[in-house]
Design a protein around this ligand. Structure first.
Ligand code: HEC
Length: 146
């Protein structure tokens, strides 16, 4: 009986959360696929990842409103989603990178939604999201739980 109790406690402690947490190390590697278009550069200090300018700077993107990187010209749909209140979390970012256009269509409930990001990351979105969450300023009160 003791063994049974012990075993079930073990199983409970390993129970998977609703959203699979990503692996930061794996995400850092996977970011190689993103850096042709995205850099990760704090406003002050050294670049974390030097990258292209086709897409917005992703420093501190988790917790930021969608389409809010100053100076970047976003597509209409992503800008509209941000104005409607979309804030990046690890969970929705992982979903977005799988298929940005499909994500925006669902988010805006608009079959004509478009994305300027045509790249799709089939696997490992959670890892990249966890990595992006790790390259950010220390969290402030901006954490709205929407
Ligand atoms: C071929 C270029 C390209 C690649 C590769 C690419 N992106 Fe993008 N990304 C873009 C563009 C362009 C946008 C702006 C989309 C829009 O305005 O509709 C964007 C937007 C984003 C946004 C929204 C940012 C914001 O400020 O709202 C996130 C998050 C993002 N990309 C993550 C990634 C990740 C993670 C990868 C790698 C897995 C990646 N992207 C690969 C071009 C790219």
């Amino acid at each position: 009986m003791k063994t049974v109790l012990y075993t079930s406690a073990l199983i409970l402690s390993f129970a998977a959360p609703a959203f699979a947490e990503g692996d930061v190390g794996a995400g850092e590697k996977a970011f190689k696929k993103c850096k042709s278009c995205h850099m990760i550069v704090p406003a002050e200090g050294d670049p974390i990842v030097k990258g292209g300018k086709t897409g917005p700077n992703l420093y501190g993107v988790i917790g930021r409103a969608a389409g809010a990187q100053e100076g970047f010209k976003y597509g209409k749909s992503l800008a509209a989603a941000g104005e409607a209140g979309l804030v990046w979390s690890e969970e929705n970012l992982a979903e977005y990178v799988k298929d940005p256009k499909a994500f925006l269509k669902a988010e805006l409930d608009d079959s004509k939604a478009k994305s300027k990001m045509t790249y799709k990351l089939k696997k490992g979105g959670e890892d990249v999201a966890a990595y992006l969450a790790s390259v950010a300023p220390a969290p402030e009160e901006e954490a709205t739980d929407s």
